[in-house]
Design a protein around this ligand. Structure first.
Ligand code: CTP
Length: 403
């Protein structure tokens, strides 16, 4: 599972730094290329030579350790990582990560990497429970950082409690799990819709909604990062295009319908995060509608419900719908799930602060045929997307096993 992967192992300065040697050795034995970065304090607990010998690579301590003039070390390390593990992670490195500081080689590399980060904290029990440390960890979790929780027991400082670095085997297992999870989407064809549709009224006016497309774009990005072949059908959206994703721009619900239908048969997973208009103007004027002294009445007609049609024509695809609600979330979400024959419905309570349109965060509840299956706290949309994909792949695997 880990063979051929590159892991950057960050070691910060706590007594548990000695355990990082065992961790490094286990990773190397598993076929991983391990590149070690130590903080200055870590080097007081364990020598860089130990890690250099175990990893068979130079150990980086200083931002200006440039072993190869052809590359900039911290960028090269950041780019080469499939995964970054920080073990042990002290309260100090957690605070630096939360604040985005870059004052040594480890924190600078962490800021420069786009690789996932797995953190194994270790510290005194009171430090671990300190509100500042808790808040930093919450913030990092919202950004998608994964944690291997410390164990409870006798601590080097004399206290008994939570704060002991997880055992190296457990950290290796967490890394394996991360890759297993990621690889479950490799080669799968994922179709995502995002943004708000635009329904033209005349040459210059239209009906639309507040959707930014951020949730759908985050799902497309998370899916491509997990090795999926992703097509993103985007209506009006402010989110930035994503490398590696095939993007199709559409405007109206009708165009989205046609574009989705064309690709439905070939898709394994369809996620309908778009805010599709339920109504469009019955008549679209070619020119600009001129004002008069009279009232203007615009007649609207229903658009085709894309998700419902997908549900009716489902032939093995895994179908995920979205629901924006303000009350009776469970009732409406379950109703949508059944009516539209979805495998999952992701409901957000748009009346809650931090959830819904045009934000970088969301608070969602995910429903399956048996009811509520996961209630997520306030999270960055990227993290919501990632957790959602884990749910999807788990449910698909269970469905496949049951058939
Ligand atoms: N949807 C769709 N085609 C439409 C309308 C909605 O595919 N013409 C999809 C959305 O992409 C989303 C889900 O259906 O996945 C939302 O369901 P919908 O019943 O339209 O939600 P609301 O409009 O919020 O529902 P309601 O009007 O019942 O509050």
């Amino acid at each position: 599972m880990l063979r051929g992967k590159t892991i950057v192992l960050g070691i910060s300065g706590g007594i548990a730094a000695y355990k990082a040697a065992a961790l490094c050795s286990k990773l190397v034995q598993a076929g991983v290329t391990v590149r070690v970065i130590m903080t200055e304090s870590a080097a007081k607990f364990i020598t860089p030579l130990t890690l250099q010998t175990l990893s068979r690579h130079p150990v980086y301590l200083d931002t200006f350790d440039e072993f190869d003039p052809a590359v900039v070390s911290h960028i090269n390390l950041a780019d080469s990582a499939d995964l970054v593990i920080i073990a042990p992670a002290t309260a100090n490195i957690l605070a630096k990560m939360a604040a985005g500081l870059a004052d040594d080689m480890l924190s600078t590399t962490l800021l420069a990497t786009t690789a996932p980060v797995l953190v194994a904290p270790a510290m005194n029990v009171h430090m671990y429970a300190h509100p500042a440390v808790e808040r930093n960890m919450e913030l990092l979790a919202e950004r998608g950082v994964k944690f291997v929780e410390p164990g409870t027991g006798q601590l080097a400082c004399g206290y008994v409690g939570k704060g002991r670095l997880a055992e190296p085997e457990e950290i290796v297992r967490a890394a394996e799990q991360w890759f297993t999870q990621r690889d479950k989407l490799t080669g799968k064809r994922v179709l995502v819709t995002a943004g708000g549709t635009v329904e033209r009224l005349d040459a210059v006016r239209y009906l639309t909604n507040d959707s930014s497309g951020k949730m759908g774009f985050a799902i497309a990005e998370a899916a491509v990062n997990r090795g999926a072949e992703v097509t993103l059908i985007a209506a009006r959206a402010t989110a930035a295009p994503i490398a590696g994703v095939t993007m199709i721009n559409v405007e109206s619900a009708e165009q989205m319908y046609n574009s989705v239908m064309e690709r439905y048969e070939a898709a394994d997973i369809v996620v309908k995060a778009a805010a599709v208009a339920d109504y469009r103007p019955l008549v679209r004027s070619e020119g600009k509608i001129k004002k008069t002294e009279e009232r203007l009445v615009i007649e609207l007609e229903r658009t085709t419900d894309i998700l419902k049609t997908l549900g009716e024509r489902k032939a093995g695809q895994f179908l995920v719908g979205f629901a924006a609600e303000t009350d009776q979330i469970e009732h409406y979400a379950m109703d949508k799930l059944r009516r539209k024959n979805c495998d999952l419905v992701v409901a957000n309570n748009v009346s809650q602060e931090g959830a819904g349109f045009n934000l970088d965060t969301n608070i969602v509840q995910v429903f399956g045929e048996e009811g509520l299956i996961e209630s997520m706290p306030l999270l960055q949309k990227r993290e919501v997307a990632d957790r959602l994909l884990t749910l999807i792949t788990d449910r698909m695997a269970a469905k496949g096993a049951g058939e």
